[in-house]
Write a protein that binds this ligand. Sequence first.
Ligand SMILES: [Zn+2]
Length: 441
Amino acid sequence: MATYDLIIRNGQIVTSESVTTGDIAIKDGKIVEVGSQISGQGTNEINAEGLHVFPGLIDTHVHFNEPGRTEWEGIETGSKSLAAGGVTSYFDMPLNSTPPTIDKENLDIKKKLSAEKSVVNPNFWGGLVPENIGKLKELHENGVIGFKAFMSPSGIDDFNRADDETLYKGMKEIAAVGSRLAVHAESTVMCDQLATEKIRAGKTSARDFVESRPIISEIEAVRRLISYAEATGCKVHVVHASSKKVVDVINEAKQKGVDITVETCAHYLALTVKDLEEKGGLAKCAPPLRDQDEVDDLWTAVLNGEVDMIASDHSPAPTSMKTVTDNYFEGWGGISGAQSTLNVLLTEGHFKRNLPLEKIVTLMGTNPAKVFGLANKGNIAVGYDADIAIVNINESFKLENDDLFYRHQHSPYVGMTFNGKVKTTIVNGKVVFENGTFLDA
Ligand SMILES: [Zn+2]
């Protein structure tokens, strides 16, 4: 009789194609059989009756800030929060850690730290800044998943924004190695000018902050990016689009044959300007949260398949940096959300708007795996890596600060009632998280 390391029995297996009842057998970190009533035995067996078995999800956008700003988050706490939320692979951004990931030397440091500390699978973005055009090739050759540039100031002194010349030259280099450039697309001219006018007039409310970073500023930057992509042949990826209007511009370009993909974030699908007004700095980010009509339109884009992927853009900071009171132009912008993305997609998506479960796998599994070349990740099938999240989608809970595994236990999602309790998370065939506890130090 065949023996396996682990068999998950009688779960509702969710792939990008279907939801079916069955068993999954795992050996040597790989899925080796999927079917109904697998014969044979597992050294370990999990009864998943009544539970949904998702492929471990991929979060393409997190800032773990290690090394250099580990007091803001860190690889261990950050990766644990992902695992607790059903995510088993992440792409760490090149900035907020310091030195930033803009050459091989600093990429190597991050790789080493992650190998020691991460409880899930790490991947790394390389930066594109004015100072490192000559380093892009070495970053690519050493395995970065893609590159990241800012068209507006990043808010971090050692990660300069890519001016138009840097963007154009960098995109030529990135096209030459066949990689993809992810871009924070907001117009620096518009945002700077609007912010200056607001502050000069003493207008610093949440609404003023939002109005200083309008949707048109995203659209202007995305259109410029598209024209550079057409000129250079560089594949591009727009991160954290906050509005369907931005997604529409991207889809027009796609139809013309531009290789462009788009991510939105859970917070643009679950929170509004009202949350920014009520929760202050905890809900501050850039681009900012929008109004409810925009949230509804963005959901339409997601349901229509016009958004390629959904990420957390987990960008944590100590609580003391998140206490905006009256001036919303002050305080760190960045939302702590890595643990809650699946909860948002289940609660706001599946249960409120009929987002099929299969679509969650597409958005946070097969699409990121395909776009960024992760073979054997993001789905459940024979030969795939055994990255799995077992979830009770019907169990609801109110998120409390104490539930969070972040270094700083705050999030704008605290106090919200979510569906979907992650029971077990398996990474490369090993159970790392079970019933609220991490098994392996
Ligand atoms: Zn980010």
